[in-house]
Design a protein around this ligand. Structure first.
Ligand SMILES: C[S@@+](CC[C@H](N)C(=O)[O-])C[C@H]1O[C@@H](n2cnc3c(N)ncnc32)[C@H](O)[C@@H]1O
Length: 243
C-alpha cells in the first residue's frame, strides 16, 4: 500500500511541524484529548497509526504495562523506536487494516489523526470492538467530516491571499479525496459524521464523548491558529465496550 509518510520529502516536511518537534503539548487537540484517556495504570494499549509514538510513550508514562504501536510507514516506526522506546512499548510496521485484532486483548485502543486514511472505517470499528476487553475504551481523533469534505481541503482565498471561506462539497459522497498536504499529493478518505458515529453504535460501542477540537487560548498567537476557529478540523470520539 502506498503511504506518503514513507516519501522522503513528505517525511522531512512532517518532521518540521511543531507537533513533530515539540510533541503533544504543541498539538492543538491535546488539551481536549488528554482528559478523555481512561486510567491506564496496569492497562494494555494499542495505538493505530502511532507515527513517532508520542501517545504510546504517554500511555507508558501513565503506567500502561503493555503498549503496541502500529504504523504502515517503516520510516515513522524507525523514528518512534529512536524517540519513544520503552520496556513496555513495542512498535510494528503494520497497516491498520492488516492487524489481526485478537479477541478480548486490549484495555484501550487509541488512534490520533490516522483513521482518515482508512477507506472502510466500519470494518476497523468492528475489529476494534472485538479486540477490546469488556469495559475497554476506543479513543480517537480523526479529521472532521467538514474538513475532509473541503474542496481540495483548502480555503478559498481573497485576492490578497487571506482565507475567505472553507468550501464544502460532495459531503454525502464518502471516499477518496486528493489533497495537498505539506506540499505533497496525499490521498485521504472522507467519511460523513453519520458514518463515523453510527458506525460505532452499529458495532456495539457506547458513545462516551464527542468533541470538536478548538485550539487553546495560549496557541492563538501562532500563525493560522485563529482560522482554526472558523471551521472544525478534528473530531474526537471516546467510545466504550459494555462491561
Ligand atoms: C498525522 S500522522 C499521526 C501520527 C500519530 N498518531 C500522532 O498523532 O503523532 C498519521 C500516521 O498514520 C499512518 N498511517 C496512514 N495510513 C495508515 C494505515 N493504513 N495503517 C497504519 N498507519 C497508517 C501514517 O504513516 C502516519 O504515521
Amino acid at each position: 500500500m502506498n503511504n506518503e509518510y514513507d516519501n522522503e520529502r513528505f517525511f522531512e516536511e512532517y518532521a518540521k511541524m511543531p507537533r513533530s518537534r515539540d510533541g503533544l503539548s504543541a498539538a492543538g487537540e491535546w488539551h481536549q484529548l488528554k482528559p478523555l484517556f481512561p486510567l491506564l495504570q496496569g492497562k494494555t494499549v494499542l495505538d493505530l497509526g502511532c507515527g513517532y509514538g508520542w501517545h504510546c510513550f504517554f500511555a507508558a508514562e501513565q503506567g500502561a504495562v503493555r503498549v503496541l504501536g502500529l504504523d504502515l510507514s517503516r520510516k515513522m516506526i524507525e523514528e518512534a523506536e529512536k524517540r519513544h522506546a520503552g520496556q513496555q512499548i513495542e512498535y510494528r510496521v503494520c497497516g491498520i487494516e492488516e492487524y489481526e485484532y485478537p479477541e478480548n486483548r486490549w484495555d484501550c485502543v487509541v488512534s490520533n489523526l490516522a483513521l482518515h486514511y482508512i477507506e472502510h472505517i466500519e470494518n476497523v470499528f468492528q475489529k476494534v470492538h472485538r479486540t477490546l476487553k469488556p469495559g475497554g475504551v476506543f479513543l480517537f481523533n480523526i479529521e472532521h467530516p467538514v474538513f475532509t469534505a473541503g474542496v481540495g481541503q483548502d480555503w478559498i482565498y481573497t485576492e490578497t491571499g487571506k482565507p475567505q471561506y472553507w468550501p464544502v462539497d460532495h459531503y454525502f459522497i464518502p471516499g477518496e479525496r486528493s489533497t495537498r498536504f505539506l506540499g505533497c499529493d496525499v490521498v485521504k478518505q472522507h467519511h460523513t459524521l453519520t458514518q463515523i458515529l453510527m458506525g460505532l453504535l452499529n458495532n456495539g460501542f457506547e458513545l462516551e464523548a464527542v468533541e470538536e477540537a478548538e485550539p487553546p487560548a495560549e496557541m492563538m498567537s501562532l500563525p493560522g491558529m485563529k482560522d482554526e476557529l472558523r471551521r472544525p478540523m478534528m473530531l474526537l470520539v471516546k467510545a466504550a465496550v459494555r462491561k
